[in-house]
Design a protein around this ligand. Structure first.
Ligand code: CAA
Length: 248
């Protein structure tokens, strides 16, 4: 049987890399979407690193803020691997500032990258999934979209919006064999964490019941679960991976 095809946006980042590796290990054909500000060499170096560690992963350039660029990324993946069965909307950034100090640019960058991206990519794969009567859309949101976070009005709004998107789309495609779910990570050990001031990070870790930051693999495990062909009855859900820090 032909291997199913997965596209992971932000696939070369911290959580994205773990998701790509986990899906590849499960036997999917995986493409990592990247923009890296157009730094194709960095993406190629990432791909070579993956190859060395035994993961054969395609890389596909696409700016998730731009509908046309997403179309080209998807066409590239479909030309090389075949139709996309699994889409992981994972690309995201943070531009933290208290609301009174936040600039319009910080607001728009985060809304575009973390929320509008879900429209730009999903809108261009959903018809194919419905026509083929199989699809998995997995949106990587955040605990901070559920509970709000000081300094993150932009990020919290985008991540909460992402789950609203999940619930609405899940209803629209439920009869077509396509599930749509949200994964909601808490604080995960990635480069993003290095942007948080040391004293604040110490406070954050002390508030996590399991007593540590999450690992990217903790998030990837939820993604492979939701991507599985037999995972048909879970849709419109939000699954947390936050070490018990926020329980809804
Ligand atoms: N809660 C309550 N009050 C806080 C606060 C907090 N978390 N952080 C700062 N404050 C208070 C300060 O004590 C100070 O109070 P006083 O004026 O009374 O002294 C005031 O707010 C400072 O306000 P400023 O606007 O001057 O804030 P700042 O510029 O110093 O820093 C910030 C604000 C950049 C948002 C900084 O607090 C920060 O980096 N916070 C971390 C935000 C965070 O947790 N981001 C999560 C990133 S990880 C992620 O997003 C991944 C994921 O999905 C989970």
């Amino acid at each position: 049987m032909k291997k199913k095809v997965a596209l992971v946006t932000g696939g070369t980042g911290g959580i994205g890399t773990a998701i790509c590796q986990a899906l590849a290990q499960e036997g999917y054909q995986v493409a990592a979407g990247y923009s890296k500000g157009g730094d194709h060499q960095a993406a190629q170096a990432w791909q070579a690193q993956q190859k060395q560690s035994g993961h054969d992963i395609m890389i596909a350039y696409g700016d998730v803020c731009d509908y046309g660029s997403c179309g080209l990324m998807i066409a590239n993946v479909e030309q090389h691997l075949g139709p996309i069965d699994i889409l992981v909307n994972n690309a995201g950034i943070m531009r933290d500032a208290s609301f009174r100090k936040m600039t319009p640019a910080h607001w728009l960058e985060v809304i575009n990258t973390n929320l509008n991206s879900a429209f730009n990519v999903t809108h261009q794969v959903i018809n194919g999934m419905c026509d083929r009567a199989f699809g998995r859309i997995i949106n990587i949101s955040s605990m901070n979209g559920q509970k709000g976070q000081f300094g993150q009005t932009n990020y919290s709004a985008a991540k909460a919006g992402m789950h609203g998107f999940t619930m609405a789309l899940a209803q629209e495609v439920a009869k077509k064999g396509v599930t749509v779910n949200t994964v909601s990570p808490g604080y995960i050990k990635t480069k993003m964490m290095t942007e948080i001031p040391e004293n604040i990070l110490t406070g954050i870790i002390s508030a996590i019941p399991v007593g540590r930051l999450g690992e990217p693999a903790d998030v990837a495990r939820v993604v492979t679960f939701l991507a599985h062909p037999e995972c048909q009855f879970i849709t419109g859900s939000i699954i947390s991976a936050n070490g018990g820090q926020y329980m809804s």
